[in-house]
Design a protein around this ligand. Structure first.
Ligand code: DC
Length: 222
């Protein structure tokens, strides 16, 4: 039987940084499920499909193949064979992913892929519904969150570091809008699983959060 660590939480809480570090520490595979929703979102964007047009989205699902490979330990996402790992990081793609991930066809497709990966390997998987839907029997479930202001500040600093223009209030408003959408959708909304360990990272650094995750895993594994 393989081990799995499920990490869910809102956008910008640091899930991917923590999941990557925990995976490295345990020699597990890191699976970024948001990247899969982004890859599908990118396809819809490129095709000019409106996120409201569920019929077109469902038709398009038949044309999309998302797959995952690893290069030097880093997850790469392929959209119909094309490596789109960089392009999917755009803000526009994230927002499209947030909107279209509410579609049940989109979710069915990706949940199947995610479960397949977790069956074969020991994984640290992050997303919105990993503990509640994808891996209900995960070895340990973490709900990682931080205040919207704190999450906005981190995103602001990231953008500034890249030399990009950024407005803190605008970023926070965007984060709140995305939280609302991810938490109130009908299918698999973001919520803390009953048996998840809650970590509020507002006043914790990366190392402290990583240690808390590893400790929770050790406790459950025993
Ligand atoms: O984690 P992220 O920002 O890369 O995710 C992009 C969007 O994809 C997010 O706003 C909601 C959706 N998503 C989802 O519905 N379920 C997941 N397991 C992961 C992401």
């Amino acid at each position: 039987m393989s081990f799995s660590i499920a990490i869910d939480g809102p956008a910008g809480a640091g899930k991917s940084t923590i999941a990557r570090k925990a995976a490295k520490n345990l020699s597990f595979i890191y699976v970024d499920t948001g990247a899969m929703y982004r890859a599908m979102g990118l396809y819809f964007l490129r095709q000019g499909i409106s996120p409201e047009d569920s019929e077109k989205i469902e038709e398009a699902c038949e044309q999309i193949q998302v797959s995952i490979t690893y290069e030097n330990g880093e997850q790469q996402v392929l959209l119909n064979g094309e490596n789109v790992s960089k392009e999917i990081r755009r803000e526009e793609v994230g927002n499209m992913a947030s909107k279209t991930s509410a579609n049940s066809k989109v979710r069915e497709k990706l949940v199947a892929l995610q479960r397949e990966l977790a069956e074969k390997e020991n994984v640290v998987m992050d997303g919105r519904d990993i503990g509640t839907q994808v891996l209900p029997h995960a070895t340990v479930k973490i709900y990682l969150t931080a205040s919207s202001r704190e999450r906005a500040k981190r995103r602001y600093l990231e953008l500034k570091e890249k030399g990009m223009e950024a407005d803190l209030d605008e970023i926070e408003a965007d984060i709140k809008e995305r939280d609302h959408r991810d938490m109130t959708r009908e299918i698999s909304p973001l919520r803390q699983a009953e048996d998840a360990v809650l970590i509020d990272a507002s006043f914790m650094n990366i190392e402290q959060v990583t240690q808390a995750v590893l400790q929770a895993f050790e406790e459950k594994r025993r």
